[in-house]
Ligand binder design. Structure first.
Ligand code: NI
Length: 205
């Protein structure tokens, strides 16, 4: 049994662990903010940054390609049995609730399982929620780099001896980025579409 953010197995405990992971992230963000304050930098904690990844059609997508719109970023993986699909369904619902305002928002899913999540797998997955959702994958190194920028935790959790016998433990958080690519705020991923829409409305008004 993993002691880390194993939110994918069947017991009740993983929910608590995900909540704890969220708390740890919040503390990290606060810590980063404190550090920035101490160092005299008023820009706030650094979340996000430049990346080069690949979309569901195999086209290269960089962070700059997304500038001009608010971007809602979520890290997960397509084989996730529970949390990722629930979150992305809520994001899709939030887009509906936002109405015309959703035109200013680009939702992006970035896989933390590049070994199994090929471009085609990611495309099929994101299309099942909403055609507006961009899914991104990359080499293990590219994924590691972007996850580090967003302070996303992820790790393989072995479930058997075969090469594909694993789930991914990963932190679950939505990141709202501004049209200039700068981090605005984290949004709790364990909310309804209505709540996520309300948070986005508040943060973009
Ligand atoms: Ni997941």
């Amino acid at each position: 049994m993993s002691t880390s953010t194993d939110h994918e197995s069947g017991s009740k405990r993983p929910r608590l662990i995900v909540a704890l992971a969220g708390l740890v992230l919040a503390l990290l963000l606060l810590g980063a903010g404190g550090f920035m304050w101490l160092s005299g930098d008023t820009a706030g904690p650094s979340i996000g940054g430049p990346f080069t990844l690949e979309d569901g059609n195999g086209r290269t997508v960089t962070d700059r390609d997304l500038h001009g719109k608010y971007v809602l970023v979520y890290f997960g993986y397509t084989f996730c049995p529970d949390v990722c699909p629930t979150t992305l369904a809520a994001v899709s619902d939030a887009l509906d609730k936002l109405g015309a305002k959703a035109d200013q928002l680009q939702p992006v899913f970035i896989t933390v399982d590049p070994k199994r999540d090929t471009a085609a797998t990611v495309r099929q997955f994101t299309a099942s929620f909403t055609p507006r959702l961009i899914g991104l994958t990359g080499t293990p190194e590219q994924i590691a780099a972007v996850a580090r920028e967003y302070r996303v935790y992820y790790a393989e959790h072995r479930t058997g001896p075969g090469p594909n016998d694993y789930s991914m433990d990963h932190s679950s958080m939505l990141y709202l980025m501004g049209p200039d690519g700068r981090f605005i705020a984290p949004i709790n991923a364990e909310q309804s579409g209505e709540q996520i829409a309300a948070a986005i409305r508040k943060l973009t008004s």
